[in-house]
Design a protein around this ligand. Structure first.
Ligand code: NAD
Ligand code: MLT
Length: 312
């Protein structure tokens, strides 16, 4: 397949554009375009590279030949529409796994020890020790939902803190899970055992609202939830209700159904004192951003040269 021109519509590391240009492909990088401008711009290109900001709907696809995700999750790309139009969709699995894993671990620790709220209070002049008394992770149970590239790295690191790790994954066998010292279980077995739940599966119809008010009620009182996967896997309304009832003891959220969050419900969730929130930073490290940029550019160049495809 011959590619003449590629549009990069999200904040992808400049290494991507540089590599593409060095290989004879024209590149335009324009981010945060309003829809009208994006629709106008896309007409000039046969390739598109995004992260999770651009919503690649059927309307946006125009006459594209290939769409590249400089990252992992492809839920912002209408895959059914792309398939119908014969557009190749590629991503860069694994290139940002360690970064997403490390943020997850940081958030689990933060939930346990209240680092962020205590820091914020102290910066506002409040020296308060008692109300920021934490809990140890040692001996607690972490449920890793989705034991793929990120989930298994999270399990491995949190085991070093003495956490027991259990998991649900529709495609990983009990034997494979055991290789990572993780016990595979059914969801209904997991709920009453978990002290922390972390989700690392794709956002698909089967995982939407997987963690909801009713599920949280089946968990231990004080259950903590971490979502560095995708907004919508944890039902935000149900989570807020559970936090308000005192059943859920804390939540750390990197991803939201609306990014940036503007709706009243989401702003209430963010404002809850037991919620830690980060603006979709899972993959935002220098290393991961360079890796995904170079990897997706390499995949486009291979496609352009007619070499074998990867990440499709
Ligand atoms: P992966 O494909 O390696 O692992 C996903 C796991 O989920 C697989 O083991 C799969 O078997 C399992 N799974 C799929 N559907 C399931 C279902 N219905 N029920 C149970 N398990 C199911 O993916 P990964 O690299 O670990 O990434 C996971 C997700 O993390 C991505 O899809 C992406 O949305 C998200 N992510 C977020 C960030 C961020 O910046 N916050 C960064 C990277 C990835
Ligand atoms: C991913 O799924 O790889 C990330 O969420 C992409 C991003 O950081 O935009």
């Amino acid at each position: 397949m011959k590619l003449d021109s590629v549009l990069i519509s999200d904040a992808v590391d400049p290494a991507c554009a540089q590599l593409l240009r060095e290989n004879g492909i024209q590149v335009t990088q324009k981010t945060k375009m309003p829809l009208e401008e994006l629709l106008d711009e896309i007409k000039k290109h046969d390739g598109l590279i995004v992260r999770s900001d651009t919503q690649v709907t059927k309307q946006v696809m125009g006459n594209l030949k290939v769409i590249g995700m400089a990252g992992t999750g492809v839920d912002n790309i209408d895959l059914a529409a792309a398939t119908k139009k014969g557009i190749i969709v590629m991503n860069t699995p694994g290139a940002n796994s360690i970064s997403a894993c490390e943020l997850t671990c940081a958030l689990i620790l933060d939930l346990a020890r209240h680092v962020s709220p205590a820091n914020s209070a102290l910066k506002h002049g409040v020296w308060e020790r008692q109300s920021y008394t934490g809990t140890e992770l040692y001996g607690k149970t972490l449920a890793v939902l989705g034991l793929g590239r990120i989930g298994r790295q999270v399990a491995k690191r949190m085991q070093a803190f003495g956490m027991k790790t259990i998991s649900f994954d529709s495609m990983i066998s009990s034997e494979a899970a055991r290789e990572f010292y993780v016990e595979k279980m059914e969801l209904e077995q997991i709920w009453p055992l978990a002290d922390y739940i972390t989700v690392h599966m794709p956002l698909i119809p089967q995982t939407k609202d997987l963690i909801n008010f009713d599920v949280l009620n089946k968990c231990k009182k004080g259950i903590c939830v971490v979502n560095v996967g995708r907004g919508g896997i944890v039902n935000e309304e149900g989570l807020l209700k559970s936090l308000e009832s005192g059943q859920c003891g804390g939540a750390a959220l990197d991803v939201f159904t609306e990014e940036p969050p503007r709706s009243e419900g989401l702003l209430r969730l963010l404002a809850h004192p037991k919620v830690l929130a980060t603006p979709h930073l899972g993959a935002n490290t220098t290393e991961a951003q360079k890796r995904v940029a170079v990897q997706i550019a390499g995949q486009f160049i291979a496609l352009n040269k007619g070499s074998s495809l990867s990440g499709v």
